[in-house]
Design a protein around this ligand. Structure first.
Ligand code: GSH
Length: 218
């Protein structure tokens, strides 16, 4: 059986879980935190989660895992058919990660973790996020999902990337980023209606509460 390594608070882990659920695949979760231990790095070379264990070996990097799952288990595909539409789906996924998720992560310390961000970082990230928003608007065909009326792999990324980018942009710039992505409210509402999304959100909230509880002095 497939094994998925990661933890419930992880955005990327949840993107894979949504895809596995959409495809109706059985898998076992192995709760794992990122680390540079030699054992973990031998499975996930950057030490990150998620990582998927298949009958052939390990695969890391979320977008690659999603594509592997779709090729290996073509039933209930989460990519459109046809090279052009598939490439557009991949372009959306790259754009969500490179131009929203990753720049937003640079601001985590000040926006989410009670630290502070350097002025330089704050100024560098804003135009990247703005261009990222423009890109998603240009590529998306919200109806209500990013590729039309059926949820697909880009949606399972957007479900976790958009709220995070919104939280960071709001806290850092007072910017309601989601209001600038047309159809995002309908998209997130449709995706959050999914029973698996609700289950993973609940697990994430529970794990986050345990984590925060663990930080409080006893
Ligand atoms: N590009 C990676 C990113 C995964 C990632 O950053 N995961 C976070 C947890 S949500 C992590 O492992 N962080 C630890 C680290 O960056 O070393 C992917 O697509 O899977």
């Amino acid at each position: 059986m497939l094994k998925l390594y990661g933890f419930a608070v992880s955005n990327y882990f949840n993107m894979v879980r949504m895809t596995l659920a959409a495809k109706g695949l059985d898998y076992e979760v192995v709760k794992t935190f990122p680390s540079q231990s030699s054992e973990w790095v031998s499975m996930s070379p950057m030490g990150k989660v998620p990582c998927l264990e298949t009958e052939h070996g390990f695969i890391a990097e979320t977008r690659v895992i999603l594509e592997y799952l779709d090729e290996q288990y073509p039933e209930k595909s989460v990519f459109p058919t046809g090279s052009y539409d598939k490439a557009r789906a991949r372009q959306l996924m790259h754009s969500l990660e490179l131009y929203l998720e990753l720049p937003a992560r640079r601001l985590f310390p000040g926006a989410l973790f009670g630290g502070r961000n350097e002025e330089l970082t704050i100024n560098e990230v804003k135009p990247v996020l703005e261009k990222g928003v423009r890109t998603i608007n240009q590529l998306a065909n919200c109806g209500p999902y990013l590729m039309g009326d059926t949820p697909m792999a880009p949606d399972y990324m957007a479900l976790y990337v958009l709220p995070l980018a919104q939280a960071v942009a709001k806290k850092t710039y007072g910017w309601n980023l989601l209001a600038d992505i047309s159809g995002s409210a309908e998209l997130l509402s449709a995706l959050n209606n999914n029973e698996h999304a609700q289950q993973f959100n609940a697990e994430s909230a529970k794990e986050m509460a345990e984590f925060v509880g663990g930080l409080k002095p006893k």
